[in-house]
Design a protein around this ligand. Sequence first.
Ligand code: ADP
Length: 500
Amino acid sequence: MNRGTDPLTVLIIDDEEGIRRSSKRIIDDMGCRTLIAENGSTGLGILQTESVDIVLLGIASANMDGMEALSRIVESYPDTLVIVLCGSATIETAIEAMKNGAYDVIPEPDQLDQLQIAVNRAREKILLTHEARRQKPTKLPTLADLGTEQSRIHTIVDTLPIGLLVTDAQGRVVLTNPMFRRQMQVPETLDLGQPVHRYIQDDGLCRLILDISQGCRAELDDIPDYEFSPGSDTFLMAHGRPVIGDDQECQGAVVTFEDISALKVIDRLKSEFIANVSHELRSPLSTIHEQLAAVLSNMVGQAPSNEEHLISRAKEKTQGLISLIGDLLDLSRIESGAVCEEPKQVSLEELMANIIDFLGPQAAAKGQSLTLLRPSQPLPAIKADPLALESIFGNLITNAIAYTHVKGSIEVRMSRAGSHLQVQVVDNGFGMERRHLERIFDGFYRVKTEKTRYITGTGLGLPIVRGLVDTMGGTVHAESAPGEGSTFTVLLPGDLVPPG
Ligand code: ADP
């Protein structure tokens, strides 16, 4: 078979010398190598020893019926193209030749252009066949590559420094990696195909993975990261994502498990450090604050007014630092879990009325109305830490007073929401843009606008609120729009105790 770069070899088989000569001239001029045979049997002999690309076969060749020569060439040399020179043969013969496997038929071989066109067409076909054969072997390495690719992916999955678990749409485990099995202490004997709770003990996480696997958590933002401890001193963070198929159907879940134990230790050390420093600073600062207050009261009307102003500013700043330290201590207590340890039976309505009595004067000083709206039916008591509840609602109402203009209005609405109690703190104050709504629950995040820039604060009130509400198993979220006001909604679950 021609390799596509060699000159074509053309064998001319014809019993008419004139045809052989004229054909040879044309073929030679086309840059091909030419072989000659006067009849079929000589031609077949040449074919046995030479690699021939094209045979020009005179159908009326002597010694052997031309048609028989054609059949034998086609059968024995399938790569060789046979162009039949019909000459005086009939059209029926030409059709017969095509049926028997001729590549082409030339009615009048002495016509120069007909022969050239037919040979060129045959050459093109040979080159295409050659090209197709050349490409075929490259497919084999591609398949081999695929195998290599798969084993490479296996190796990557097996050496990942994080745990990996894949489930199908029924929540059955279809893949795990060695790190996951180590993290969960899954016995080597546990086969794949088992439900996820056979591998993971934490019920909440199993429910979440099942939800994701079954496509109940299509919104990625709706899938929370899940922190849990599979055993002593180990903390893992699980991140789950659905696997979506071509038809948008959920095929299962991919869950990664990141070891956050070291981060937890650092976090605990940071909290302890902050708590220690805050504790050490609180008493001297309180003393300085009291002393500044004493100096200030002795100064009234005696010192130049700018000195009085400076001392008064120093006293305010000290008060700001004392508040910051108080908030930091509260936060570190929440983070260490040292809150809500001994819940008591509390009437939320009574507690709320007390807070409003306490903060009423602060609102009145700004000419604001502060109203408590109770539900028509008395609310059941709740089992909770009263100090934590005071801190939550104290912070929210203080904020509402601070971030509402003079003569604004603040409402505290209480209601029952299924098995939960709902408290909303609604103001018609400055409000804020949507983009701030999640971030205001992060530590030290404060929204700076023309209206709020002179309001002092620590940026720790809302993190304290969220920390406490989380500890109680509740939720808090904010809605707001600039210039229209804000609504903070707290939902607290009960162990609800019916009113006595
Ligand atoms: P602080 O009030 O000490 O700055 P917070 O954590 O309590 O810290 O609140 C964070 C930020 O959220 C505030 O600085 C303020 O910009 C915004 N914010 C809180 N409550 C309201 C509210 N009721 N109306 C408008 N903005 C508020």
